[in-house]
Ligand binder design. Sequence first.
Ligand SMILES: CC(C)(COP(=O)(O)OP(=O)(O)OC[C@H]1O[C@@H](n2cnc3c(N)ncnc32)[C@H](O)[C@@H]1OP(=O)(O)O)[C@@H](O)C(=O)NCCC(=O)NCCS
Length: 325
Amino acid sequence: MSVPRSVITGVGSYLPKKIVTNDDLSKIVDTSDEWIVERSGIRQRHMVEDGEKTSDLALAAAKAALANAGVDAQDIDLIIMATTTPDNTFPATATTIQAELGIHHGAAFDLQAVCSGFVFGLSTADNFLKAGQFKNALVIGAETFSRLLDFEDRTTCVLFGDGAGAVVLQAQEGEGTIEDRGVLTAHLHSDGRHKEKLYVDGGPSSTQSVGHVRMIGRDVFRHAVVNIADVINEALVATNLTIDDIDWFVPHQANKRILDGTAKRIGLPPEKVVMTVGEHGNTSAASVPLALSVAVADGRIKRGDLVLLEAMGGGFTWGSALVRW
Ligand SMILES: CC(C)(COP(=O)(O)OP(=O)(O)OC[C@H]1O[C@@H](n2cnc3c(N)ncnc32)[C@H](O)[C@@H]1OP(=O)(O)O)[C@@H](O)C(=O)NCCC(=O)NCCS
């Protein structure tokens, strides 16, 4: 039986040049390399310079993904940009990317699900492609999260970084089996009761300012391990697969301890976990495509591999996707 599938045909990423180490941060806030590494696994993160915008990072990642896919920008008819740090409150930064790529057709919009944004964007694009409304999508996760950080709050400013990642998603026909290439299943959740545990204390309609990230880290940690394990299980049940079938686990890179805890809970060996949090920090919506890009570039993820993605973020929002590469 022929069924529509959304196949990832290219991936790309971009990191700002400036690297900020834990020692650099310990000069401006009361922290230490030892504390940050022990509690989060983060050793460094990239951060934008003055004047460097989210769209600059996103455009570089999008161009890299198009080149990797061998797809002309003119073939793209859908751009979904997952970001919490748009260039402007409006228009959608996706429209800037669209214009910079010289695309004047199709649709481009931003999607806000904070750190889960890329998984939400992938699933949204997958549904548009499966419905036949668009043929070739760019799904981008890009953030200048450092713009939201309070560098006097040591409990948050040490955890995040900036970056961008993108994939090209193309509508193709599959056989309707789990051997098909493409997004095999995706599962999204939100629970707004947890809004106060991870949020930004500003916005156009409340304070008319951008605001800073606020977080009750312990609560986020506790929810993360449980929610992520549950949503991974949903993906396995939906596809009748087991954890042993997974070739690569590419999680949202929030904290090494969350990733270790999740891998243990779902029974996945550490060597199957793609871990970039040490070098990138938490780049919110950019973290999953950034990690994907690293693992494809270094030859770990190969065509035909079964790749498990997941993310969790403010809201709370959380989701998973199983993709045959
Ligand atoms: C933030 C996080 C690393 C903190 O680790 P923790 O073990 O829960 O630490 P606590 O918050 O209990 O703080 C322990 C102590 O370290 C201190 N501390 C906090 N940040 C610090 C820092 N950067 N440097 C040094 N000390 C710090 C606290 O003030 C506290 O001191 P106290 O005991 O004297 O009050 C952890 O909770 C976490 O990773 N949560 C999830 C965060 C996350 O991933 N968010 C994004 C999801 S998308």
